[in-house]
Design a protein around this ligand. Structure first.
Ligand SMILES: C[C@H](O)CC(=O)SCCNC(=O)CCNC(=O)[C@H](O)C(C)(C)COP(=O)(O)OP(=O)(O)OC[C@H]1O[C@@H](n2cnc3c(N)ncnc32)[C@H](O)[C@@H]1OP(=O)(O)O
Length: 726
C-alpha cells in the first residue's frame, strides 16, 4: 500500500460545512496516521466557529476498506496490542457520535469493516448507487471493533445484522437504503451537495439528530433477540466449529442488547483484543495478504507487459472437465467454442454445460436470464474450422500423451500464431505435450480443479519456455472468470496434487497399521478438512485413485506407498460414491454412513502389507494420527518449495486452501507447518521413517530448516533460488 500520500484533509465551505476526507489509496484503509488525522481534523472542526456541521468522505471514489489490516500483522509479530489505536470509544463514540456538531457520511464505492463503522458513528449516511457495505471482520478472525456489533443491529435490526456479520457478505446501498442503514441514495455528482445540506439540516434541527448507539426501535424485544442469537449460535457451531470469532461476535451483540449499546461497545473492544492475538486471526490475516501476493509474479507482472484481450476460447473435450471449464468461461462472458469428436459426445458436453447452469439457477446463484445469455455464447463444433478466430485454446481431453501431442500438433496449424495453447492436464509434463510443435513459448498449463465452474483454484503451469505475455494473459482470463490463479512450475502433479499425494497414502499406511479408517476421517474433519481422506477417495472414485497412484509411484518411487486396499475394494464391486458403495454407504437423501462390511477387506489388506509391528494394531493418540497424515504432506511441500515450483511459500498456502480446502483459519499448509515448528515435524518424520519406511523420510529442505531453526516459509537462499522452476 502506498504510504507516502496518505492523509486526512479538511475544507470548510462558506455554508459552514467542513468536508473531512480520507486519502490512503487504493482503498483508504484506516491506518493509524489516518485515524490520528481524523481526530485532529475533528478537533479543529469543533474548535472553529465557522464550522456548523461535518461531512465525512473518502477520496478516489471509495469511502474506506476498513482498518489497516497490516497493523494486525504487526500485532501478530510483536504481540503488542498497543499498536491498535483506541478508535471505538475515543474516535467513534466521543469524537464523532457525541460531538456537538453533527456528521454526515458521504459514501462512494465501498464502506467495509471499520469504514462502515465510521459511517455508523455519523448522524446520517448518504450513498451513491451500488456501494458495497459490509462488516467482513470475521474473515480476518476478529469481530467488528469500532462499534459495528452494536450500531449495525440498531440500524438494520438484529437478524439482518447478525447475518451480515456472520457471513461477512456485503450488501449494496440500495438494500442498505431499504433496511435503514443508508438515509438516501444520490448520484455521484450530487453526493457532496446533498450530504452538506443534510448535515446543515441536522445542525439546524430540520432533520433529526440521531445517534445510532442510542437507538432501540429496531432491536425488537429481549426475548425475540435472544431467540435470534441462540439460533445463530447453533448454526455457527455447525458451520464454523473451529472459529471463536463467531460466538464472540454474538456475545458482543447480546451484551449490547441486554445491557445497552455502550456496554456492548466496551465488551466488543475486550473481545476484539483477545481475538486479534488468536491463531485463527494470525492464519486468516496471513491468508488475506497471501491471496493478494499471488498476483505478483516476478518477471511477468512487473515488466510493463499489458494483457491482451481474450474474448473467444476454444475448449477441446466436452467431458466433465471440459464442460466445467466452458461453463466457467461463458458465465463470465467469454465466448466458447466447444469441440468434440462426434455429435453424440458434443451433445453430451453441451447438455452437461446446460445442467451446470441449471443447477446454479436452482441454487439461486444465477438468474434464468444470465443462464440464457451464457448459453447463447457457447458454440459446439466437430472440427477445427472455427479455431482460427479464437484467442486461446484449452485442451481438456483424457490423459493420453500421444493424443495430446497430436492435438497440439494440429493446433499449431489451425490457430493464429498468437493464440495461446493451454492444456488442462493434471499430470503430464507440458514439455512432452508440446514436444512435436515449435510453439513452446505459447504452451501453458491451465489446471482447473473439478468441478471447474465451482472450484476456485486455477493452477497456471509454466515451462521454461512459456513467455511472460502468455502467463500474464492466462492470469488475466483466470481473474476475469473469478478464479484464484497461482502460477507454478512444471513437475509431476504441479504444486497442489504433488504436495497432497502423500495425504491419501499416509491415511492408507495408517489403515494398514490397523488404525480405524472412520476414526481417521473424523479426526481429519475436526482438523478442518471438509472430509477425511477415505471419504474423499470415495467421492473421487477409485479409478482416479489408481491412475494418480500410478503416476506418483513412477515419478517418486522412493517414497510412494503402494496400498493394495483400493484394488481390493474394486474387486469387491465397490467404486465409492459412484456406485453408492465404498468405505461409506451412500443413499439418496441421507449423509454417507460408515459401511462396516468394508472392515474384512481392510483386514485382508493389512494381511497383505504385513506392516503392523508384531501383528498388532498400532495404538496412536488422536494428535499422532493427524500428524502422520499431515506431516508427509508438509514434507512434500518442502520439496516443492526447494525446487522453486511456487514463487513464494504463501502461494502454496493459497493453493492448498483453494485447491484442497485446507482450513483457511490455519493460514494454509506451510503457515500451519510453521506454527507447529519444523523441528517437531522433522523429528517425528525421522522417527516414523525408521519405524515404517521411506514414505516418511524427511526431505533435505525440512532437515536443513529444522536444524538451522529457519521457518519453512522463509524465502529460499540464493543457492536454492538458482534451482527455481519459475
Ligand atoms: C476494527 C475494524 O472493525 C477492523 C477492520 O476494519 S478489519 C478490515 C475490514 N475490511 C476488510 O476486510 C476489507 C478487506 N479488503 C477487501 O476485501 C478488498 O481489498 C476490497 C474489497 C476493499 C478491494 O478489493 P480489490 O479492489 O479487489 O483490491 P485488492 O487487491 O483486494 O486490494 C488492493 C490493495 O489494498 C490492500 N487492502 C485492501 N483492504 C485493505 C485494508 N483494510 N487494510 C490494508 N490493506 C488493504 C490490499 O492488500 C491490496 O494491496 P496490494 O495492492 O499491495 O496487494
Amino acid at each position: 500500500m502506498a504510504k507516502n500520500n496518505l492523509r486526512v484533509s479538511m475544507e470548510v465551505g462558506n455554508d459552514g460545512v467542513a468536508v473531512i476526507k480520507i486519502l490512503n489509496p487504493p482503498v483508504n484503509a484506516l491506518a493509524p496516521p489516518i485515524l490520528a488525522g481524523l481526530k485532529e481534523k475533528y478537533a479543529e472542526a469543533m474548535r472553529r466557529n465557522d464550522v456548523k456541521a461535518i461531512v465525512l468522505t473518502g477520496e478516489g471514489g471509495r469511502f474506506s476498506g476498513g482498518f489497516d489490516i497490516s497493523v494486525f500483522g504487526l500485532v501478530h509479530q510483536t504481540g503488542d496490542l498497543s499498536k491498535l489505536p483506541d478508535v471505538s470509544v475515543e474516535l467513534v463514540c466521543n469524537t464523532i457520535e457525541d460531538a456537538k456538531k453533527p456528521s454526515v457520511a458521504a459514501i462512494e464505492g465501498l464502506a467495509l469493516g471499520g469504514g462502515l463503522e465510521l459511517t455508523m458513528g455519523c448522524h446520517a449516511r448518504i450513498a451513491t448507487p451500488k456501494v458495497q457495505l459490509g462488516l467482513p471482520e470475521l474473515t480476518l478472525g476478529v469481530i467488528p471493533g469500532f462499534g459495528g456489533t452494536q450500531r449495525l443491529p440498531r440500524l438494520v435490526g438484529t437478524p439482518k445484522a447478525i447475518e451480515m456479520m456472520l457471513t461477512s457478505k456485503f450488501i449494496m446501498s440500495e438494500e442498505g437504503n431499504k433496511l435503514g442503514l443508508i438515509d438516501a441514495i444520490v448520484s455521484k455528482e450530487g453526493l457532496l451537495t446533498v450530504a452538506r445540506r443534510w448535515a446543515l439540516d441536522i445542525a439546524e434541527r430540520r432533520k433529526p439528530w440521531i445517534s445510532s448507539l442510542q437507538r432501540t426501535d429496531k432491536l425488537g424485544s429481549l426475548s425475540e433477540s435472544r431467540k435470534v442469537i441462540q439460533a445463530a449460535r447453533e448454526q455457527a457451531k455447525r458451520t464454523a466449529p473451529n472459529m471463536p470469532q463467531h460466538q464472540a461476535c454474538l456475545d458482543a451483540v447480546e451484551e449490547g442488547i441486554v445491557f445497552g449499546g455502550y456496554s456492548g461497545v466496551l465488551k466488543e473492544v475486550k473481545l476484539f483484543n483477545e481475538l486479534v492475538l488468536s491463531d485463527t486471526s494470525r492464519g486468516l490475516v496471513h491468508f488475506f495478504f497471501a491471496q493478494r501476493a499471488i498476483s505478483k509474479v516476478p518477471n511477468v507482472t512487473d515488466i510493463g507487459l499489458r494483457p491482451r484481450p481474450i474474448k473467444k476460447v476454444a475448449v477441446i473435450g466436452g467431458g466433465l472437465m471440459g464442460s466445467g471449464i466452458a461453463t466457467a468461461l461463458i458465465l463470465s462472458n467469454v465466448s466458447v467454442v466447444l469441440k468434440e469428436i462426434n455429435p453424440e459426445y458434443l451433445q453430451k458436453g453441451i447438455k452437461t454445460v446446460e445442467g451446470n447452469l441449471r443447477s446454479l439457477v436452482a441454487r439461486g446463484k444465477l438468474t434464468e436470464d444470465k443462464a440464457k445469455k451464457a448459453l447463447s455464447i457457447l458454440t459446439g463444433v466437430l472440427d477445427y474450422s472455427e479455431f482460427k478466430h479464437v484467442d486461446m485454446v484449452i485442451e481438456a481431453v483424457i490423459e493420453s500423451i500421444p493424443l495430446k501431442q497430436s492435438i497440439f500438433n494440429e493446433l499449431e496449424k489451425v490457430c493464429s500464431p498468437n493464440c495461446i495453447l493451454a492444456s488442462n492436464t493434471s499430470t503430464i509434463d507440458l514439455n512432452v505435450i508440446g514436444e512435436k510443435t515449435s510453439s513452446q513459448d505459447r504452451i501453458i498449463g491451465a489446471h482447473f480443479f473439478s468441478p471447474a465452474h465451482v472450484m476456485p483454484l486455477l493452477e497456471i503451469v509454466r515451462t521454461d519456455e512459456t513467455s511472460a505475455q502468455v502467463i500474464l494473459d492466462l492470469m488475466t482470463v483466470g481473474k476475469a472468470i473469478k478464479k484464484v490463479c497461482v502460477v507454478v512450475g512444471n513437475c509431476t502433479g504441479f504444486a497442489v496434487n504433488r504436495t497432497f499425494f502423500p495425504y491419501t497414502q499416509g491415511a492408507h499406511i495408517l489403515a494398514n497399521l490397523g488404525v480405524d479408517v472412520f476414526k481417521i476421517d473424523r479426526l481429519i474433519s475436526s482438523f478442518g478438512m471438509p472430509m477425511g481422506p477415505f471419504q474423499l477417495q470415495d467421492l473421487a472414485g477409485y479409478g482416479v485413485a489408481m491412475a494418480v497412484g500410478k503416476e506418483f509411484s513412477t515419478a517418486f518411487p522412493d517414497r510412494t506407498f503402494k496400498s493394495p486396499l483400493v484394488e481390493l475394494l474394486l474387486k469387491d464391486g465397490r467404486n465409492g460414491k459412484n456406485n453408492g458403495k465404498g468405505y461409506y454407504k451412500y443413499e439418496k437423501g441421507s449423509k454417507p454412513k460408515p459401511d462396516l462390511t468394508v472392515l474384512p477387506i481392510i483386514k485382508e489388506s493389512i494381511k497383505l502389507t504385513n506392516l503392523m509391528p508384531g501383528g498388532k494394531p498400532l495404538s496412536l493418540s488422536d494428535q499422532e494420527i493427524v500428524e502422520m497424515i499431515m506431516f508427509p504432506v508438509v514434507n512434500e511441500a518442502c520439496r516443492v518449495l526447494d525446487e522453486g515450483v511456487v514463487v513464494r511459500a504463501s502461494d502454496l498456502d493459497v493453493a492448498s486452501i483453494h485447491g484442497m480446502s485446507f482450513p483457511s483459519y490455519r493460514g494454509g499448509l506451510v503457515f500451519w507447518a510453521d506454527t507447529v515448528g519444523a523441528k517437531h515435524i522433522y523429528s517425528s518424520l525421522k522417527k516414523w521413517s525408521e519405524m515404517y519406511g521411506n514414505f516418511f523420510r524427511p526431505s533435505k529442505f525440512l532437515e536443513d530448516r529444522a536444524m538451522k531453526g529457519i521457518p519453512l516459509s522463509a524465502p529460499a537462499s540464493t543457492s536454492q533460488a538458482a534451482k527455481s522452476r519459475l
